[in-house]
Ligand binder design. Sequence first.
Ligand code: NAD
Length: 329
Amino acid sequence: MKILAMNAFTEEVVELKKWAQENKQDLTITETPLTTENIDQVKGFDALSVQQVVPLGSPAVYAKLAEFGIKQIAVRSVGYEFIDLAAAKANGLVVTNVPVYSPRSVAEYVLAQTMRLLRHLNQFEENAIQHDFTWLGKISPELSELTIGIIGAGHIGSAVAQIFHALGSQIMINDPVENPDLAGFATYTDLTTLLTASDVVTLHVPLTSQTMKLLSTESFAKMKASAYLINAARGQVVDTPALIQALKSGTIAGAALDVWTGEGPYFDYDWQGKDLNNSELETLLTLPNLILTPHIAFFTKNSVHNIAYTALNEAVRGASGQPVKHPVN
Ligand code: NAD
């Protein structure tokens, strides 16, 4: 089978090639996303896999794919908002995604950032660079003394619960759906109780109309002044100006953000030497009690391996008329 995998990043290319070798498939990899302008390069292939943020293009793109004999689009990510599902369906194209690839990847990021925040590691490291080796005033609690508040305990939140439980923390969860695997050690509670009682609040909800700006000025006011927030879910779940205010005023002690509302043009790109031209981002970067990472919580070898293998297996199933495992349309 001739398969085209588009817009692959360096680490993905390694896994995609490994998959092709193991499965004895004829795989072509490109570094560009699929657009109206380059649609003709799909001609001659049996199966297509994409991963991108830019929309796939006009409905004519989907008609062209069907005309080229493509029966499916295997997306190499959870999100597929760049695909017009109705246009895909109208042209007989089955769209698949990779709904779960490694909950542990994000959960381990949460553990790492919790430790950085609790132990003031960023501040000690920055001080050391300035030749300031003092440490008084920055005492830390240990994990066994802490309550970890998890908002949204699906795949990732459950992995977070298991890790921190294993390390001796108390676990509090706010989620309308209870996971029986966590029932033995986690306390399910309402959002206000969680915010009030937790030492670390970590977000793992999807972005929906209910979770948009779920954490606002009122939420931060309910949290302990010694508490930390971690957001590795979606930027829009947090009201960023309210968070900046809470961090500046000491309403909460600190935060780690892997996602941010305005991340689109910035995360994944090198802006060194260029004017950021975004006052919110510039403010975030000046806050001593905030750690910002460019949406990398997922970025482990295991995740990239699972994404590549799951998507390409789906591509083969879809193209050969077998039932796919992760259809989204
Ligand atoms: P999931 O669907 O498995 O779990 C989401 C959980 O949130 C579910 O249990 C659901 O019941 C719960 N939930 C929904 N609305 C809620 C609400 N209003 N209040 C409380 N709980 C609510 O999702 P997942 O795979 O665990 O992903 C969680 C988040 O992590 C998503 O936002 C996803 O986009 C994000 N994510 C980020 C990265 C990264 O690299 N930073 C990687 C993967 C996923």
